[in-house]
Design a binder for this molecule. Structure first.
Ligand code: GLU
Length: 462
């Protein structure tokens, strides 16, 4: 079914009807990493045939979110610009007698479904519309009914009313061998009564014309795949390879929706979560690999294989992102944040030492701003010295070593303070920490002290 020598082309095909969330990011990343691994191309395709609900703003937001994650599309496509191609394909199917008009209303279909169930027949569409004469159709249209159009699945030998088990097989790149029986499903509606297209036909037409080699998407599409493979063949094309990954659910077990803004990629970005924290969780959760903070897309690509995804849905816990974010920041080298530190006003000549001093204490990179304020301007926190410590701290400040200051200054100073005051441990350090930073916890004072400098330190004398 798949030509293995075909160049790899994947696509991420969101409908721009909302912000993307971490579950959508999982689909995008599975495609992106697959393309990266095989040197293939990644298409960002907007499935925006629903003109009512799709907006340019959502499409731009999706593109921005993907680029922020590190997913850089090789090509962008919009279905709303491709209607002539869908019209041509629909006509081709009509000419072949594979796309037929149906006039049932929703209620009529429901009634027919119940009747079939009562007769112990599978509740699929019975193709009654194929029995309509030209006069019947003319009468319906005179009544004002517009036909919707169904694709006739190849699940019969010669009589479409005598369906028989017709297995479609594919070797799913995520789930392994899959089988769907075309006799167990209704002929899918491709065109609505108002002439608009449902997702199926435009998607298959695009996948053919854009040379898509692998369709990687959520496992909510597994059953669609049977009908889509039949549609590829009806349009004279080989079906691509397919991969269906498990979906993410909220902690409650509920599916993630584009409407629940809480987990949108944009909202995670705004709360200071790093893209690689999102990528690490979005890809590794619900797989055979443990969830860990992976520092770069290249490193994630080394870990990733599509078949690592488990078969059942994976619960996503947003609090894991905080832990991954901290782990990632604690290991982030200076050059990756240099520009952001400059934006915060951190002096360039002290920036690297400053970053190495504070990164282990940050929940989000933005927290560095607080510590830069402490280095530059003085204590910024709500911890205050106990009265009985004030004299001690003054005495300690009198013992500050002369410059130059470096990595050993803190220990030189505190040894002297220990000797003079007889204090040790917490009683020795905590008042100094409070005097220097205004907090009871924070980066190592041994690292902060040379950054603050002798003059800056003396200015903090209580
Ligand atoms: N627009 C479809 C969706 O978001 C795309 C599915 C597919 O990848 O084929 O579900």
């Amino acid at each position: 079914m798949t030509e293995s020598d075909k160049p790899v082309v994947v696509r991420f095909a969101p409908s721009p009807t909302g912000n993307i969330h971490i579950g959508n990011a999982r689909t995008a990343l599975f495609n992106w990493l697959y393309a990266m691994k095989s040197g293939g191309d990644f298409i960002l395709r907007f499935d925006d045939t629903d003109r009512q609900r799709s907006t340019v703003e959502f499409a731009e937001g999706i593109e921005r979110d993907l680029r922020w994650l590190g997913v850089e599309p090789d090509r962008m496509e919009w279905q709303s610009r491709r209607f002539p191609a869908y019209d041509a394909a629909a006509q081709k199917l009509k000419d072949a007698g594979l796309l037929y008009p149906c006039y049932e209303t929703g209620e009529e279909l429901e009634r027919k479904r119940k009747l079939r169930l009562a007769r112990r027949l599978p509740p699929v569409y019975g193709r009654d519309a194929l029995k309509l004469s030209d006069e019947d159709k003319a009468r319906f249209e005179a009544e004002g009914r517009q036909p919707h159009w169904r694709f006739m699945l190849p699940n019969f030998e010669s009589d479409p009313f005598e369906t028989r088990r017709t297995e479609i097989h594919w070797d799913d790149v995520v789930r392994g061998p899959q089988t769907v029986d075309l006799a167990s499903m209704s002929d899918p509606v491709l065109v609505r009564g108002d002439g608009t297209y449902l997702y199926t036909l435009p998607s298959v037409v695009d996948d053919i014309e854009m040379g898509v080699s692998h369709i990687i998407r959520g496992d909510d599409h597994v059953t669609n795949t049977g009908a889509q493979i039949a549609l590829f063949q009806a349009l004279g094309a080989d079906a691509p390879a397919f991969g269906h990954h498990n979906l993410l659910t909220a902690a409650s077990g509920e599916g993630l929706s584009k409407r629940s803004n809480a987990l949108s990629i944009a909202s995670l970005r705004e709360t200071g979560i790093e893209p690689m924290a999102v990528n690490s969780l979005a890809v590794l959760i619900g797989t055979s690999h443990s969830v860990e903070a992976v520092p770069s897309m290249e490193a994630l690509q080394d870990i990733f294989t599509p078949d690592m995804a488990s078969k059942s849905a994976a619960k996503f816990d947003p609090s894991e992102l905080g832990a991954l974010n901290r782990a990632l920041i604690h290991e982030t080298p200076y050059d990756r944040v240099a520009a952001r530190l400059t934006d915060m006003g951190v002096d360039e000549h002290r920036a690297e030492a400053f970053w190495l001093a504070v990164r282990g204490n940050l929940d989000v990179v933005e927290d560095a701003r607080h510590w830069w304020g402490v280095v530059k301007n003085g204590p910024a926190g709500d911890a205050v010295l106990e009265d009985e410590d004030i004299a001690y701290v003054r005495e300690a400040f009198a013992l500050l070593p002369p410059e130059p200051w470096g990595a050993d200054t803190w220990s030189t100073w505190t040894s002297a303070v220990k000797q003079a005051s007889g204090r040790k441990g917490r009683a020795l350090f905590m008042p100094l920490r409070i005097a220097l930073t205004g907090s009871r916890s924070g980066p190592e004072l041994a690292d902060l002290l040379p950054l603050i400098g002798r003059e800056g330190t003396l200015a903090r004398r209580p």
